[in-house]
Ligand binder design. Structure first.
Ligand SMILES: [Zn+2]
Ligand SMILES: [Zn+2]
Length: 179
C-alpha cells in the first residue's frame, strides 16, 4: 500500500538513510503552505512560503525528524480588526516508524516505504502556535463598543451613559425638592 505522493512538496524520501541507525541528513526546503492552516481570524495563507530546516535521523524504530518551520501568519487584530501579519516559528520533532513496526500505538506516524509525509506534523505545529486572540499590539485598546471608533486614536473618548443621565435628572429633582 502506498498512498503518499512522492511529488508532494512535504513528502520526503529517506532512501539515503538506508535504515542504518545513526545515519542522518539535513534538509532545508521552502514550500507553499497547505490549505486550511488556521481560521477566519488568523492563519497561514494557502500557498504562502513556509520554510523548513530539518534533520532526518535513522533510529532503531524508524526515522526521527526534527527541526523548525517558519511561516507568516496573517489575519486581523481581535480587538480593533486591523490587518496584522507576523512570522511564526515552530519546532517539530516526530518519529516516523517503519511500516512493519510492532508498536500498537495507532497515533504513531508511519513511513511508507522510504517516504514520510511531513504535512500532518507541520500542520499541527503551525496551527497550535497561532494565537486564539491575535493582537496588533499588546496595548491595543480595541474599538468603542458604542460607536466603533478606534480607542487608541481617541484616548479621552467616552459616551454619556444612560446611568449618568439618570444621575443628572435625579440631581435636578433633588435640587427642586430642597429649593
Ligand atoms: Zn488592534
Ligand atoms: Zn464611542
Amino acid at each position: 500500500m502506498n498512498t503518499l505522493d512522492p511529488r508532494s512538496a512535504l513528502v520526503l524520501d529517506t532512501h539515503e538513510l538506508g535504515r542504518r541507525a545513526g545515519a542522518m541528513f539535513k534538509k532545508s526546503l521552502t514550500v507553499g503552505a497547505p490549505e486550511d492552516l488556521g481560521d477566519d481570524v488568523i492563519g497561514i495563507q494557502s500557498g504562502s512560503d513556509i520554510t523548513l530546516n530539518i534533520r532526518c535521523e535513522s533510529v532503531i524504530e524508524g526515522v526521527l525528524v526534527s527541526g523548525d518551520v517558519v511561516g507568516q501568519a496573517t489575519g486581523e487584530c481581535s480587538r480593533c480588526l486591523d490587518p496584522i501579519a507576523f512570522d511564526v516559528t515552530v519546532e517539530i520533532q516526530e518519529l516516523y516508524e517503519y511500516e512493519e513496526s510492532e508498536n500498537d500505538d495507532e497515533e504513531a506516524l508511519k513511513l511508507e516505504g522510504d517516504y514520510l509525509d511531513l504535512e500532518p506534523v507541520v500542520r499541527d505545529a503551525l496551527v497550535l502556535s497561532l494565537p486564539l486572540a491575535p493582537l496588533c499590539n499588546d496595548e491595543c485598546l480595541g474599538l468603542c463598543s458604542e460607536c466603533g471608533i478606534r480607542l487608541s486614536e481617541a484616548p479621552d473618548h467616552q459616551h454619556e451613559s444612560v446611568d449618568s443621565r439618570w444621575q443628572a435628572l435625579k440631581g435636578l429633582l433633588d435640587e427642586k425638592k430642597e429649593g
